[in-house]
Write a new protein. Structure first.
Length: 345
């Protein structure tokens, strides 16, 4: 009887000592002179490699097995891209004295494109943009030309072909007989080259802001008919507004007709490409002779507040890490707080 009481008492003392030792180990800071083992970082669960589920064969009623199904292909990561920089070019020249804000040289254009490639931007076609073929966080650039100058075929196309960069041309369909402008035959050759896709820049280069909507829309319809007649029906209905002058009401009317994209020039009040009505607007940057590409790219990036969506996600991640650090610091402060003497009483 006495032994049993002693054993029970000894067990209680042991448990109390073990708990006390555990508490001390857990709460006391590690002295500086001892080597410490630190876990620097742990991969988040989302990065852990999960082996794909093995395909399984199922038995058919006659005892044979069904063919093993292939596991589904890993989907490409989808999500918002980074920055999208849209070049707006017009005419080209090989004569330096003829350069203007709307006329650059082949070498200057090559330099623009080499610079943006060096910044990590990838070329993107308008069609890929509309199909949403964009990788999350990736920066892209789109090359566009307005009006339809002959040099688009003679100077721009060979350069773009050499560099493997697609482009879109917005042609003034009423200007194909003018000097220095592409004829319909040349536009067919340009289209058949596979580098350019061709869309509308209205029939008469009409200023939408200075025209009644009905008149402007009629001009857009004429351009669509001419393009369809000479080049076949384009895959998408896309309009580049002449001089970037657009009206909200004409966009709404054309969107109702199936227009899926409107190209304008850089303007301060339409920065959201996807606005409340779901009208997609491409804001383009005019790139003149010897343009300051780093400045233009930075200006374009600043429209988003963050440089890229990747930068935005990085900022969110940094805020999360900072919050965790703060919680850890508060816990350390609690564990290492100065001991308060027990009141003696
Ligand atoms: Zn134009």
């Amino acid at each position: 009887m006495k032994h049993r009481v002693l054993r029970a008492f000894a067990r209680l003392v042991f448990i109390a000592l073990a708990a006390g030792a555990f508490w001390l180990l857990y709460t006391l800071p590690v002295p500086e002179f001892l080597p410490t083992l630190r876990v620097l970082s742990l991969a988040p669960a989302s990065l852990a490699v999960t082996p794909p589920a093995l395909p399984r064969a199922a038995a058919l009623p006659d005892g044979t097995l069904t063919p093993v199904e292939q596991p589904p292909e890993e989907p490409e990561p989808v999500g918002p891209p980074g920055d999208i920089f849209v070049f707006m070019y017009h005419d080209l020249t090989e004569d330096l004295s003829q350069t203007s804000p709307w006329r650059t040289t082949v070498e200057s254009m090559r330099s623009d494109l080499e610079q943006i490639l060096a910044m990590g931007y990838e070329p993107l076609s308008l069609e890929e943009y509309l199909r949403g073929e964009l990788r999350a966080g990736q920066d892209y650039f789109i090359v566009t030309f307005d009006d339809g100058y002959t040099t688009n075929l003679t100077l721009a196309e060979p350069l773009l072909r050499e560099m493997g960069i697609p482009a879109a041309l917005f042609v003034i369909t009423g200007s194909t007989e003018l000097p220095e402008h592409l004829t319909w035959d040349e536009l067919v050759r340009l289209r058949d080259g596979g580098i350019f896709t061709i869309y509308s820049h209205t029939d008469s280069h009409m200023d939408a802001e200075g025209t009644a909507d009905a008149v402007f829309l009629a001009d857009v319809h004429t351009a669509w008919e001419k393009i369809t007649e000479h080049l076949g029906e384009p895959e998408y209905k896309i309009l580049s507004y002449p001089d970037g002058a657009y009206t909200y009401s004409s966009m709404v009317a054309l969107a109702a007709e199936g227009y899926s994209l409107f190209a304008i020039q850089n303007r301060p009040w339409w920065y959201k490409e996807d606005n409340d009505l779901g009208i997609r607007i491409l804001v383009r940057m005019n790139v003149a002779y010897e343009a300051d590409m780093p400045y233009l790219v930075q200006f374009n990036r600043s429209r988003n507040g963050f440089g890229t969506v990747a930068a935005k996600l990085a900022a969110i991640e940094a805020a999360r890490i900072a919050q965790e650090e703060a919680i850890r610091a508060a816990r350390t402060a609690w564990r290492t707080r100065p001991a308060v003497p027990w009141p003696v009483g």
